[in-house]
Design a protein around this ligand. Structure first.
Ligand code: MN
Length: 264
């Protein structure tokens, strides 16, 4: 079009959020279309959209019932997100029919088939704008957010700087399970240099877990029929770190199945 617009067709791979001086920041584990559960959870937290912020670790879509709401959700000014491997599959399946078949057939993307083209376009646009990583300035220090993991030998600043030029690094951010593998084997987890805390999702675990300076918060919100302990985790990181869990199997805030919060 002749105008100079650096980022118009190449969205930023990395975003920094300035400190939220007036409200709280919550990092949200893999939602997979469970928007009603999220709404109940935010209500339980007295979430105030005029001051509080919600930061998704990615995998907002697929498997759950309300994936088509993703574009509308990402348009809220209080919502931030990094992309997950499921968002990447949606984007890549437009040019890769084998991947499209895998995604729709085996990875929970069947909702896409029923979507009108105009709605698909809105979803693609909103998702294509998502960075691979973001960082949040907080009272507690710098908090990083990535869907899967950061290479174990790479300081955070190098990771975010190289994302734009290194496709292997972007794949790692979306798919890797190296640190969570250590956790599962009972091995020590290498910290990420340059961060107070890294928040990740991607691999479902029974309860949110901190290992070193890495917090794993995918607690399988979409898997209520498979795991009794399935829940949505909202990890508050500003002004202090507080874990909030909302069971997926029952409305939160009711009796013994209500939210479980503990300081960490
Ligand atoms: Mn994932």
């Amino acid at each position: 079009m002749g105008s100079i617009s650096v980022n118009s067709d190449k969205p930023a791979t990395f975003t920094r959020l300035p400190r939220n001086a007036s409200g709280r920041d919550f990092c949200m584990g893999d939602l997979h279309g469970m928007f009603p559960l999220l709404e109940q959870s935010l209500e339980s937290l007295d979430f105030d959209p005029s001051r509080d912020r919600l930061i998704s670790v990615g995998d907002l879509i697929d498997r759950g019932p309300e994936s088509p709401r993703v574009a509308e959700f990402l348009a809220h000014p209080w919502v931030y997100a990094v992309r997950g491997n499921h968002e990447q599959m949606l984007l890549d399946s437009g040019e890769d029919s084998a991947l499209a078949a895998d995604w729709v057939g085996g990875c929970g993307g069947e909702w896409w088939l029923a979507l009108p083209e105009s709605w698909r376009e809105r979803c693609r646009e909103a998702i294509a704008a998502l960075p691979y990583a973001l960082e949040i300035e907080t009272e507690c220090g710098l908090v990083g957010v990535v869907h899967a993991d950061v290479p174990e030998d790479l300081p955070w600043a190098d990771f975010v700087a190289d994302l734009a030029v290194d496709p292997a690094l972007r794949d790692h951010a979306l798919w890797a399970r190296s640190r969570i593998g250590c956790v599962r084997r009972g091995e020590a987890v290498l910290p990420v240099d340059g961060l107070e805390l890294l928040v990740c999702g991607h691999t479902p675990i029974g309860e949110p877990r901190q290992a070193g300076n890495v917090y794993f918060i995918d607690t399988g919100a979409v898997y209520a029929t498979r795991f009794q302990q399935a829940s949505l985790t909202l990890l508050q990181v500003q002004p202090e770190v507080v874990v909030h869990r909302f069971p997926a199997g029952a409305p939160p805030g009711l009796g013994s199945n209500g939210p479980v919060s503990r300081r960490s």
